[in-house]
Design a protein around this ligand. Structure first.
Ligand code: NAD
Ligand code: UDP
Ligand code: UDP
Length: 323
């Protein structure tokens, strides 16, 4: 007999960094999980430990094509997330955000499922307002190399709110700020994975620009807790809501922390700042605190410890217990 509280939940991008953690948490809550992924940046390794689970199912599919499934909730995470990956095939990135959103919203509309969108702090572009509240409309270059991602995600937000207004769909839009943790891709060029891998290999730490630009880093467990709270919030609350850790660090400070924690002797080297690289970023999370009673609790050092341990195991070539 089916448990009345058990939901059938689709997680697109479920074999990725965030998606795999989300699948794990949903299974632990007793739900049935359909993990959908085309393995563009995700990997079977991330979900290997879930494949034999009786409530877990893997579907290899690209969300830019329609798909017909019966589910009660959808988390739409499918999209390459790091600048290297999303700029590799920018047209496909926009298609994934826009056509993918249309297909997932069409599916949600047909089965009357509640649907969550993994949006991003990139919708704020290079912000002229600091920290960034949800009411800030952003400063995005629509024709630059980051636009495929930023504008794709902005258009996806538009679609979510139009399906809500036009079709009465229950939507939940999270604007995710930089998140890190085990199962980050070692070659995706993001700053946390780059610095840890470089430090562990004794290679130079690549500081882009002067390293004075800032980011706020959220540990993955805190973020997933925010996802679950947002999905469970009253139907009237659609967001968008910022999810991120307001602790703000310069990129140089992050490099120094990683060096200290790994005991590495890697030198710091400077490289050119990428085009349109935002100078500062910190979430204003007053709305998440008020509506979701969510507050990230894991300090940078406490989150870096398991992340460094994960990359140590990965670089040694032995499977990590978490995988
Ligand atoms: P990731 O690259 O590890 O995961 C994305 C997953 O989507 C991968 O498994 C990939 O194979 C899959 N995918 C890509 N295109 C697809 C398609 N067309 N059809 C089906 N699957 C597809 O990245 P992540 O960090 O886990 O990010 C997950 C989501 O969260 C993304 O939508 C991203 O934009 C968003 N996000 C992440 C961060 C962060 O700091 N990690 C910040 C802001 C937003
Ligand atoms: N769609 C899908 N699965 C479904 C229902 C719809 O993939 O279960 C896709 C469908 O291909 C369509 C898109 O979602 O292109 C948008 O659906 P909607 O019903 O909103 O629009 P329409 O079908 O009228 O274009
Ligand atoms: N960065 C860096 N060295 C690296 C990778 C990134 O200095 O090896 C910088 C990058 O220029 C940016 C910040 O770190 O200012 C965060 O970059 P990431 O790609 O992780 O995320 P995003 O720019 O999307 O926030």
């Amino acid at each position: 007999m089916r448990n009345a509280l058990r939901q059938q939940i689709l997680v697109t991008g479920g074999a990725g960094f965030l998606g795999s953690h989300l699948c794990e948490r949903l299974l632990a809550q007793g739900h049935e999980v359909l993990c959908l992924d085309n393995f563009f940046t995700g990997s079977r390794d991330n979900i290997l430990h879930l494949l034999d689970h009786p409530r877990f199912e893997l579907i290899r599919h690209d969300i830019t094509f329609p798909i017909y499934l019966e589910v009660s909730q959808i988390y739409n995470l499918a999209c390459p997330a790091s600048p290297i990956h999303y700029q590799f095939d920018p047209v496909q990135t926009t298609k994934t955000s826009v056509h993918g959103a249309i297909n997932m919203l069409g599916l949600a509309k047909r089965v009357r499922a509640r649907i969550f969108q993994a949006s991003t702090s990139e919708v704020y572009g290079d912000p002229t307002c600091h920290p960034q509240p949800e009411s800030y409309w952003g400063n995005v270059n629509p024709i630059g190399p980051r636009a495929c991602y930023d504008e794709g995600k902005r258009c996806a937000e538009t679609l979510f709110f139009d399906y809500h207004r036009q079709h009465g769909l229950e939507v939940k839009v999270a604007r995710i700020f930089n998140t890190y943790g085990p199962r980050m891709h070692p070659n995706d060029g993001r700053v946390v994975s780059n610095f840890i891998v470089q430090a562990l290999r004794g290679e130079p730490i690549t500081l882009y620009g002067d390293g004075r630009q800032t980011r706020s880093f959220c540990y993955v467990d805190d973020l997933i807790d925010g996802f679950l709270r947002l999905m469970a919030s009253p139907a009237a609350f659609c967001g968008p809501v910022n999810l991120g850790n307001p602790g703000e660090f310069t990129i140089r400070e992050l490099a120094e922390k990683v060096l200290e924690m790994t005991g590495s002797k890697s030198p710091l080297v400077h490289r050119d700042l990428p085009h349109d690289d935002p100078r500062q970023r910190r979430p204003d999370i007053a709305l998440a605190r008020e509506q979701l009673h969510w507050n990230p609790t894991i300090a940078l050092e406490d989150g870096l410890r398991p992340t460094i341990a994960y990359f140590e195991t990965l670089l040694r070539g032995t499977p990590h217990p978490e995988r």
